[in-house]
Write a protein that binds this ligand. Structure first.
Ligand code: DX5
Ligand code: ZN
Length: 216
């Protein structure tokens, strides 16, 4: 099991984004997580390709791009060109998920699928061996700072079992309401990567918070 941290810049200070990225570069963060929202798949609009292009110029750690958008196939190449190292599409937004995963991997980057809180892990049983990562939403997507959904621990364990049954090295990432308490239990349940936005960026010392979360 890995113990990786992917701070979400959704909660960063966009008036000082360059400074926040430099802080992440120097911290123990493993990925930088981008919550891309289109206002259609989720009831919020966040940011898009220009932000990722500019961060990519100064980031020294991989860009983990979470697409909360409809028709993600249309945007795979632009996000790859913007600098994404990992691209996550929502199961609930894909008509032909296997084709979408093949498209992402054809660019030589990591392919990941996200499940909303209501979507069962079992929907991935016929594609799990193609995936580099599965992102489990532990809040309903669209906003940072929400309450953690407790059922997520059970889904992490179910997903861990599905990965083991398929001899896959697929990572488990969890996103939403992650803090030192939920983070500890998520690592214990088998999660590999924790996405944290408000817990990191609302803290007095984000870099220190990242280090402590890694040891949760
Ligand atoms: C929801 C977003 C959030 C964000 C993390 O659509 O994906 O989960 O990344 O939010 P926090 O860590 O503030 O709950
Ligand atoms: Zn996310």
């Amino acid at each position: 099991m890995s113990r990786l941290i992917a701070p979400s810049i959704l909660s960063a200070d966009f008036n000082r984004l360059g400074e926040d990225i430099e802080m992440l570069n120097q911290s123990e963060a493993d990925f930088i997580h981008f919550d891309v929202m289109d206002g259609v798949f989720v009831p919020n609009i966040s940011f898009g390709i220009p932000v990722i292009q500019h961060v990519n110029k100064i980031a020294t750690i991989p860009l983990d791009v979470h697409l909360m958008i409809v028709n993600p196939d249309k945007f795979i190449e632009p996000f790859v060109n913007a600098g994404a190292s990992i691209l996550t599409v929502h199961y609930e937004a894909c008509q032909h998920l296997h084709r979408t995963i093949q498209l992402i991997k054809s660019y030589g980057i990591k392919a990941s699928v996200c499940l909303n809180p209501h979507t069962s892990v079992s929907v991935l049983q016929d594609i799990i061996s193609e995936l580099d990562m599965v992102l489990l939403m532990s809040v309903n997507p669209g906003f940072g700072g929400q309450e953690f959904i407790e059922n997520t621990y059970k889904k992490v364990k179910q997903l861990k079992t599905l990965i083991a049954e398929n001899n896959s090295d697929c990572l488990i990432e969890v996103d939403g309401g992650v803090n030192d308490k939920t983070g500890k239990l998520l690592f214990e349940a088998g999660a590999d990567v924790l996405v944290a936005g408000s817990f990191v960026f609302n803290s007095d010392n984000p870099s220190d918070t990242i280090s402590k979360l890694k040891l949760a």
